[in-house]
Design a protein. Structure first.
Length: 147
């Protein structure tokens, strides 16, 4: 099981390092093109959720994060013999902690990855880990008839 805690820790560390690098090198509310017309790096402060939903509801997100972490910890223990579930949960826990740190420390989440070819929310490493984690859990559920 230590490998799963390494995954969680790496996600949090990478997420926080990327956020720091972006915040210290890109002017707030601006972006630089990485792949023209496809991907830009931006420096955005997100006071809500995706598409800035529930703006300014920091305590709501803090409570949701704590409850989510408790539920994921429960399932992490319950599914300790199911590697695919543990992988998905590790990604989700790391991502949740990464954004949780921002909300507690800054009062907002730093977002940076901007898809230039589609109207999609600007996101960060933690968001990527959460999304991939959910996909892994869904794959595990499709492969496994019982929880």
């Amino acid at each position: 099981m230590p490998v799963y805690f390494v995954v969680m820790t790496l996600i949090v560390v990478i997420d926080q390092l990327v956020k720091y690098a972006v915040a210290s090198s890109i002017k707030l509310n601006s972006s630089i093109s990485v792949i023209d017309g496809i991907l830009s790096l931006a420096h955005i402060r997100n006071y809500g959720a995706a598409w800035s939903m529930l703006l300014g509801q920091i305590w709501f997100f803090v409570i949701i994060s704590i409850v989510s972490l408790a539920v994921m910890a429960f399932f992490f223990r319950k599914l300790r013999n199911k590697p695919l579930y543990l992988t998905g949960l590790s990604l989700m826990i790391g991502g949740t902690i990464g954004n949780f740190i921002d909300r507690l420390r800054l009062g907002y989440v730093v977002d940076m990855f901007q898809l230039d070819f589609i109207n999609f929310p600007i996101f960060n490493v933690a968001d990527c880990a959460l999304t991939i984690g959910v996909a892994v859990i869904l794959i595990a559920m499709l492969r496994d008839d019982e929880l």
